[in-house]
Ligand binder design. Structure first.
Ligand SMILES: Cc1ncc(COP(=O)(O)O)c(C=O)c1O
Length: 375
């Protein structure tokens, strides 16, 4: 057990580190899973009377309604073990060792770690912190080389909690139209957790060619509080989807049917669960913003999506790993070091507001304030 784990397992540690919404999965989703298992969906599927494409159809219907996309559920939707696998398979389907991927950062840390495993070189482009962590589209253009094959975009972004505005989406789409050999790895895991005035702009759905080159990744983990179910998906064109399905089949034989059946129930019937969770998250977000505003010399962009905030604590320490360890030891609050999300994250901490209720968030920030004032 590491020193961090020992400290966390002690009583009273306030958790602001793991992006796992502490809400039970909706009962209707659990019931759907149990129904599929009780009905004999415990073998290679499809089981008699069950629709093999139940989840791809629910995903296609969702995007039809939400964005006016016309997706072919059989050909353009791939079901995966969480967004983690969706990202991995998209990278494997589109890239080979030595290729480059442009990665605006700070961003989702596991993506950067995956690239190392696959031998893909990340070309890191800083987001513009002084402009609310905006995407620097000029820097993206300047980073394109002969070896670039993909651009990763996390929208809404983890860890900053910010969304791409229409202007940036259009500018990036323009670059991708000019650079036809590039594909877009679009991670929208937080796209349903939006707070008032978020201004989330999806990529244009009317450009078939660009849509075909996009790997649109999403997950049930965040919006439906289903992190442990390990369910996600990729939407892309038929050729790319075929490559992903082949990898998925050969690597692990696909996602179990009862879990897919439960995911379909989530998409078809549980919009009210998502909106009530987002309402509660918004209360916690406000508690977080209020508490952070009272911390002297800490600057932050109020998050408009997701459940993370990424304040700059560099007035206290440039070493986010050391600061994190100190807050755990002395304030008993567990946070994530900003440097984990890319070099532009150094000096910051990622704090989540999905793991604890509003009062614990206030208490956590009071403890952090007490600890920092003893510098
Ligand atoms: C931006 C982003 N993408 C992907 C994932 C992975 O999600 P999943 O639990 O579906 O694998 C996460 C989880 O933290 C995330 O924050």
């Amino acid at each position: 057990m590491s020193e961090l784990d020992r400290a966390e397992s002690a009583d009273g540690v306030i958790s602001m580190w793991v992006a796992d919404p502490a809400f039970p999965t909706d009962r209707r989703i659990v019931d759907a899973f149990n129904f599929a298992v009780d009905s004999g969906c415990t073998h290679y599927f499809p089981a008699k009377g069950f629709d093999e494409l139940v989840l791809p159809k629910a995903i296609a219907a969702f995007y039809g309604e939400d964005r006016g996309l016309e997706l072919d559920p059989a050909d353009e939707v791939c079901i995966t073990h969480g967004a983690q696998e969706a990202l991995s398979l998209s990278i494997q389907a589109a890239m080979k060792p030595g290729d480059e991927m442009i990665v605006p950062q700070p961003t989702y840390n596991a993506l950067i770690e995956k690239l190392e495993i696959f031998g893909v070189r990340p070309v890191l482009v800083p987001l513009l912190e002084s402009e609310g962590w905006r995407l620097d589209t000029d820097a993206v253009r300047a980073a394109i080389s002969e070896r670039t094959r993909m651009v990763y975009v996390c929208n809404p972004n983890n860890p900053t909690g910010t969304v791409l505005g229409r202007k940036d989406v259009d500018a990036l789409s323009g670059i991708l139209r000019e650079e036809e050999r590039l594909s877009l790895l679009l991670d929208e895991c937080y796209s349903r957790i939006l707070f008032d005035g978020a201004g989330f702009a999806p990529f244009p759905s009317d450009d078939e060619e660009l849509r075909g080159r996009t790997f649109l990744v999403n997950s049930f983990s965040k919006a439906y509080a289903m992190t442990g179910w390990r369910l996600g998906y990729v939407v892309t064109d038929k050729a790319r989807a075929d490559a992903i399905k082949r990898l998925s089949f050969e690597l692990n034989g696909g996602v179990s049917y009862p879990i897919q059946y439960a995911g379909a129930r989530a998409l078809n019937d549980c919009a009210s669960f998502v909106s009530s969770m987002v309402e509660e998250l918004d209360r916690r977000r406000r508690a977080m913003i209020r508490g952070l505003s009272e911390l002297e010399d800490v600057r932050f962009e109020p998050p408009s999506a997701g459940f993370e905030v990424f304040p700059d604590f560099s007035a206290y320490s440039r070493d986010s790993v050391a600061l994190c360890a100190r807050l755990l030891r002395d304030a008993r609050v567990r946070t994530m070091p900003g440097v984990k999300y890319g070099p532009s994250g150094e000096g910051h901490l990622r704090l989540v507001f999905c793991a604890e209720g509003g009062e614990r968030i206030e208490e956590g920030l009071t403890r952090i304030r007490g600890c920092l004032s003893r510098r």
